[in-house]
Design a protein around this ligand. Structure first.
Ligand code: KE4
Length: 431
């Protein structure tokens, strides 16, 4: 596969952009190759600057559930574009998208739009702290909520002790108010949330983890979390930046029947343009400026082009049969994938799937939390990634991410991906 143009773009990019990329995972460091630069993407395909074509299972890390450049989304953006690109003033489109979000998420009385998932989660914990007057935030090892300081604690550092910075530049006195505990660990959960001396303002969780690879909640875990947070007056925040409109129209909370106090959204609700959102019960949301005293703002919040893309996306995925179609494709793909793994790599892999998000861990399993996920053979995943890329399949350049099924992937695309999987499984070798 010729990648000359990508190589020269990457060399040039590194002279003007740190690491040559605008988000670290794109550098493909963990899979032992240099990034390919993209020229365009349409439907299920993504094309690089050397005219290589790939079937896309990254879907821009989740947003492109309809596939790339869906005609309805393009038309909506073009229509909005004719009227300008940004006003810094309210527009009717923001009301339309807010109503779509609130209709899909009955746990939300009100929603505020921002421009990224990080802004959504950062604002949500500030609001929870302002609303409760308490400081401590509890998160879970392996869950990622964006790059705000409060979230960048060392995993496992805070098992009921206060957080240790997970990145240079994050001050101790910020993360000392963050506790990170193991996902799916009922005992530590109960012990932590029942300790009133900790003055916990909120718990934030990915109701289905997607950032340590896909790890679903253990049976009853979310119910237990809801029970304990209600009992101890702790705000429960579901970070549904990935799962919102991915796992169902109403996200993971509708799939699991849990009502959080606040929800964070992103990715899909922007239809590929920058949108994040946080929302919740009226009594909490009333605390956000200008209605209340908790401050949060954004120049491009509610950007009309992004709102138009979001409205068209949510209208399209709300059409009857959309999620059933996606579920059926994902289920049959995953079952064939598992058969191939059992045939060629018996006992060496674990496939975690829920809905149209999945991760095939190179790991005997079970993969139920950060600790078990970290036992994965990332070197073997790197070999698999490179073989699949060479065979025209665009996967996440990290073992610890999700692969997504999109509505644009055809049966032919999925069959081709399985064919390449079989050929790749035959070639890769444990070192
Ligand atoms: P952004 O700030 O990247 O829009 O969203 C942060 C975020 C928050 N919550 C969850 C559950 C998320 O998954 C994310 C971002 N996801 C990663 C990949 N899983 C984005 C990819 C990247 O960092 O380049």
């Amino acid at each position: 596969m010729n990648t000359d143009n990508s190589k020269s773009y990457f060399t040039k990019a590194q002279t003007v952009i740190p690491g040559g990329v605008n988000s670290p995972v794109r550098a493909c460091k963990s899979v032992g190759c240099d990034p390919l630069f993209v020229k365009k993407a349409i439907g299920s395909k993504i094309m690089d600057v050397d005219d290589n074509e790939f079937i896309d299972f990254v879907c821009s890390w989740g947003p492109m559930i309809l596939g790339h450049n869906h005609p309805k989304v393009v038309a909506a953006i073009e229509e909005a574009l004719a009227n300008g690109t940004s006003y810094g003033a309210p527009t009717p489109l923001e009301i339309e998208l807010a109503e779509q979000v609130i209709n899909a998420f009955p746990s939300m009385d009100k929603v505020r739009f921002v421009s990224s998932g990080t802004e959504a989660t950062m604002s949500a914990i500030r609001l929870a702290r302002g609303y409760t007057g308490k400081k401590v935030v509890v998160k879970f090892d392996g869950c990622y909520h964006g790059h705000a300081d409060s979230f960048l604690v060392q995993a496992g550092s805070g098992v009921i002790t206060l957080g240790i910075p997970g990145s240079p530049g994050v001050p101790d006195d910020i993360v000392k108010n963050t506790i990170s505990i193991p996902y799916n660990d009922f005992e530590t959960l109960e012990k932590t949330l029942s300790d009133e001396s900790l003055e916990i303002a909120c718990v934030i969780i990915e109701p289905v983890a997607g950032n340590m690879g896909v790890v679903p909640p253990a049976d009853g875990f979310l119910q237990k979390l809801r029970e304990l947070t209600s009992k101890h007056n702790i705000v429960l925040i579901f970070d549904e930046v990935i799962t919102g409109f991915r796992l169902a129209l109403g996200g993971a909370q509708s799939r699991f029947g849990i009502t959080p106090d606040m929800t964070c959204l992103g990715k899909i609700i922007g239809g590929g343009l920058p949108v994040g959102a946080y929302g919740g019960k009226q009594e909490i949301m009333a605390q956000i400026a200008p209605e209340g005293p908790v401050y949060q703002a954004g120049t491009l919040s509610g950007n009309p082009l992004a709102m138009a893309a979001g409205v068209a996306t949510l209208q399209t995925l709300s059409e009857p049969g959309f999620y059933e179609r996606l579920e059926q494709k994902a289920e049959s793909f995953a079952s064939e994938l598992k058969k191939l793994a059992d045939k060629y790599l018996p006992g060496q892999t674990t496939l975690n799937r829920i809905g149209s998000m999945m991760t095939n861990f190179f790991n005997p399993g079970p993969v139920v939390d950060f600790k078990s996920a970290m036992k994965s053979d990332t070197e073997l995943y790197g070999q698999f990634f490179r073989e699949m890329l060479a065979g025209g399949i665009w996967l996440a350049p990290s073992q610890f991410e999700a692969a997504f099924i999109s509505d644009a992937q055809s049966e032919k695309d999925l069959a081709q991906a399985l064919e390449m999987t079989e050929s790749s499984f035959k070639k890769i070798k444990k070192l």
